[in-house]
Design a protein around this ligand. Structure first.
Ligand SMILES: Cc1ncc(COP(=O)(O)O)c(C=O)c1O
Length: 436
């Protein structure tokens, strides 16, 4: 008799269990069997779905189809060059926050004019590089940065396109570490100061005012703060128009959340994207383009981290599953208390293994090295697990802590898979170190 399998489609539609025999089912991502992939490439292994990325991008393009718009994928979220190249082929533009990110997108054939340069601490070298390469727009975060851009543009006889990132002082109701639109955060410029800076910029021969930008936070499960911020930005644009300063675009940043857990997936299912897009296109006048910089909502649910159980250990009341992935691979649980869903790559019934609640931890020498708590799993040593929703802010935040080699990354499309980043080697890791 067949058994009930968890439905993962409300977290990631491309994930599903399929029966191998009546008492055994294996997890597929699109048409690729994940256990085979784990055995082929080893673990820890990040796997991404082409279909998921393409579908997520097209939700934005369809929602904004009736308004001039640009989707600037936020490179920091997952910056693998193959993913960037895929998004480029699908028509995305790019939001970068460092010279390195701009070099990544230029490396895959994107013109800098199709990029916006955001970030609170751009150096002189980074700004010069961006201006020299004809960046599409620099999202300016302070008065000092604005003055620096004007001087640099003048020194190389260029005109720098700019937008000021305003801080609308709106609570995005998200984790404090990813909340950016409040007065006490380091980001953006308060509107009163921004109003004066726009007037100053308007008179500068080496600056060209392009737009107004804002980004209030990430992993938002309620879209009303985003609409509130949009209203403030548009009101602000109108106040500039009244003094003769024209705005070509408004940039609302990123922020829309994804499901990490079943209970979040209910909230995500209730997110009224249609209402969000129709309000956004109503709030913004037709002659002003809408730019957005989504990241997490494009790739987050499109990735999984595969790991193998090394040891099972009972300690006091707790059952630990010690796996071969760790906080250096996925720091989100330790950094943001993120709760990723964990599932088995193979599910059995009628065997001797009992289902238990596990704390899933890695081998790093830190108590904070946990990947998940309180997860009902039916596992033996040697079994494989998938941590879901690991496409965003995951591999790109990984490190060599404990001299662990960075994981490999694979992109799947149907039943095809492509290794898009080789597993790091010891030689890669020490390449820049010297014994004098
Ligand atoms: C300026 C800016 N734009 C876009 C993003 C991407 O946000 P998200 O991944 O929430 O869509 C961020 C993330 O912090 C950001 O700071």
């Amino acid at each position: 008799m067949r058994f009930m399998l968890p439905n993962l489609a409300n977290i990631t539609p491309q994930l599903s269990y399929q029966y191998q025999q009546d008492n055994c089912a294996v997890l597929y991502f699109e048409q690729t069997q994940l256990k085979q992939l784990a055995q082929q490439y080893g673990t820890p292994l990040f796997v991404y779905s082409t279909q998921h990325i393409a579908d997520s991008l097209s939700i934005y393009n369809q929602g904004l189809a009736n308004h001039k718009h640009g989707i600037y994928y936020s490179v920091k979220v997952n910056s693998n060059i193959h993913i960037l190249s895929l998004l480029h082929s699908l028509g995305a533009k790019f939001d970068v926050v460092s010279k390195g990110e701009l070099q990544r997108v230029m490396y895959v054939g994107v013109a800098a004019k199709n990029c916006v340069f955001a970030g609170v601490g751009k150096t002189q070298d980074e700004l010069l590089f961006a201006i020299q390469n004809d960046i599409g727009c620099i999202n300016v975060e302070s008065a000092s940065e604005l003055y620096r851009i004007s001087e640099l543009a003048q020194s190389i006889n260029k005109i720098a396109p700019i937008s000021l990132r305003i801080n609308p002082n709106i609570d995005p109701k998200t984790h404090p570490y990813i909340s950016t639109g409040l007065q006490e955060n380091k980001f953006g410029i308060l509107t009163k100061e921004a109003y004066e800076l726009y007037q100053w910029a308007h008179g500068q021969p080496n600056l060209e005012i392009k737009g107004i930008s804002c980004h209030i936070g990430s992993q938002l499960l309620d879209l009303s703060p985003l609409l509130q911020a949009a209203e403030r930005v548009v009101e602000f644009a109108q106040s500039l128009q009244e003094i003769g300063i024209e705005i070509e675009h408004v940039d609302f940043g990123g922020g829309i959340g994804i499901s990490y857990q079943q209970d979040e997936s209910e909230k995500i299912a209730q997110l009224d994207w249609q209402n969000y897009f129709s309000n956004l296109t109503r709030i913004v006048p037709k002659d002003i383009a809408i730019h957005i910089e989504p990241g997490r909502s494009i790739v987050g649910n499109g990735g999984v981290l595969l790991t193998q159980v090394q040891y099972l250990k009972k300690q006091g009341e707790l059952d630990f599953a010690i796996v071969d992935a760790a906080m250096n691979d996925l720091i989100r649980p330790a950094l943001y208390q993120a709760d990723h869903q964990v599932v088995e790559l193979q599910q059995h019934v009628n065997d001797s293994v009992a289902s238990k609640k596990f704390t899933v931890v890695g081998p790093v020498c830190e108590t904070s090295d946990f990947l998940a708590r309180d997860k009902e799993l039916k596992i033996r040593e040697g079994d494989y697990l998938a941590m879901l929703s690991a496409g965003a802010y995951s591999f790109c935040m990984s490190s060599n802590y404990n001299s662990r080699l960075r994981a490999a990354e694979v992109l799947i499309s149907g039943e095809k898979n492509t290794l898009i980043r080789k597993r790091e080697t010891f030689e890669n890791m020490i390449a820049n170190e010297r014994i004098t």
